[in-house]
Design a protein around this ligand. Structure first.
Ligand code: PMP
Length: 360
């Protein structure tokens, strides 16, 4: 006899993490290339000394710091074990059997998995020219829709929708449907037309904006993200679905230290470097003959398609980069996502990409 599991598990797509290969450059997981700031590392070490104690399950001090940063009351704020955990909690809190969860596709690969585990039905709306198709998503809303993910900028394409498009969309979505504005990469956005979701909290009671310390703040390994809910009832629902003590006090201490003004200044200059490198990598790839959309995130996207139109064979491109010592994230049949790393890492990738293009 084998132990009985829920049938949904056998049909789940696997979450494929970016691979690490010793000796290779990893540009596969949208991480920041540098370790924590020295001052943040000190606070991590201090906090680790209290590892015999459970953490503050409410992340109270961090909530206060976030409240100050964004000028919203703590009752609107939540902290989670990575923002992916907040995505999962929001699905669990809002959607069950027979309910629908809408998101663009291709997008963050955790969305279909957490929707299926929650027992809800995923409604995947294809991207339009690699951008979230918000009008089509609004058309897809039914009376069974409970939650909509808007990944902005989108992982893995790096594209972002404009504020005008987002507002038109939010005006069309019924107010009882929760809209999750997943802004994991918000800090890398430079296009002024792309609206910061936190500026919409007063206007739309059905939104929650998710952010993370994993990307721009460089704390991916500590697992900590946060959300700003327009309606405190949504924040309460997130707290109700949280695994107790899910956010370690080491992560809370690191996040708090990262929000201090000097740390914010240093982290934002790292973000500036990534943005400059993004422009350089994009320009070099286009000069080599690749076609790629403008990215507002810390990665770029090459679409699967005929080389004559600047496209790639994703599986072959991924393998070709790996053979040249650079691990990128290939989605066979769909495209390739390349994280912007440190200058020398990007140079190694660009050399590989130029070489692969020449071999066609
Ligand atoms: N949202 C998006 C769009 C992401 O790409 C990621 C990380 N890959 C996450 C959420 C989750 O990030 P974390 O759990 O590390 O905060």
């Amino acid at each position: 006899m084998t132990v009985r599991m829920r049938p949904v598990l056998s049909a789940l797509p696997a979450y494929v993490p970016g691979r690490s290969v010793p000796g290779s450059i990893k540009l596969a997981s949208n991480e920041i290339a540098y370790g924590p700031l020295p001052h943040v590392l000190d606070r991590i070490t201090e906090a680790a000394a209290a590892a015999n104690r459970y953490p503050d399950t409410n992340s109270s001090e961090l909530l206060l710091a976030l409240s100050e940063k964004f000028g919203v009351g703590v009752e609107h704020l939540v902290v989670g074990c990575g923002s992916v955990s907040l995505c999962q909690q929001l699905v669990q809190a809002s959607a069950g059997h027979g309910d629908e969860v809408i998101f663009g596709w291709r997008s963050f690969e955790a969305y279909p998995i957490i929707t299926a585990i929650g027992g809800a039905q995923a409604v995947q709306v294809p991207l339009r020219e690699q951008v979230y198709d918000l009008p089509a998503m609004a058309d897809a809303v039914t009376d069974r829709t409970r939650l909509i993910f808007v990944c902005n900028p989108n992982n893995p394409t790096g594209t972002a929708v404009s504020g005008v498009e987002l507002i038109d969309f939010l005006d069309r979505v019924p107010s009882e449907v929760l809209v999750v504005l997943d802004e994991a990469y918000r800090e890398f956005v430079t296009d002024e037309k792309v609206q910061d979701g936190t500026g919409l909290l007063e206007r739309y009671p059905n939104i929650i904006v998710l952010r993370t310390f994993s990307k721009a703040y460089g704390l991916a390994g500590l697992r900590i993200g946060y959300g700003l809910a327009a309606d405190p009832a949504v924040a309460t629902a997130v707290r109700q679905t949280q695994v107790p003590f899910a956010v370690t006090h080491v992560a809370q201490a690191a996040a708090l230290a990262s929000l201090e003004p000097e740390a914010e200044r240093q982290l934002s200059s790292r973000v500036d470097e990534v943005v400059a490198e993004r422009a350089r990598v994009t320009g070099a790839l286009r000069a080599a003959g690749y076609h790629l959309p403008d990215s507002e995130a810390n990665f770029v996207w090459l679409d699967e398609g005929p080389p004559a139109q600047g496209g790639v064979d994703a599986a072959a491109f991924g393998a070709g980069c790996e053979a040249r010592g650079v691990i990128v994230r290939a989605f066979p049949g769909s495209g390739v996502r390349i994280t912007i790393g440190a200058t020398a890492e990007n140079d190694a990738f660009l050399a590989a990409a130029a070489d692969l293009r020449e071999q066609l």
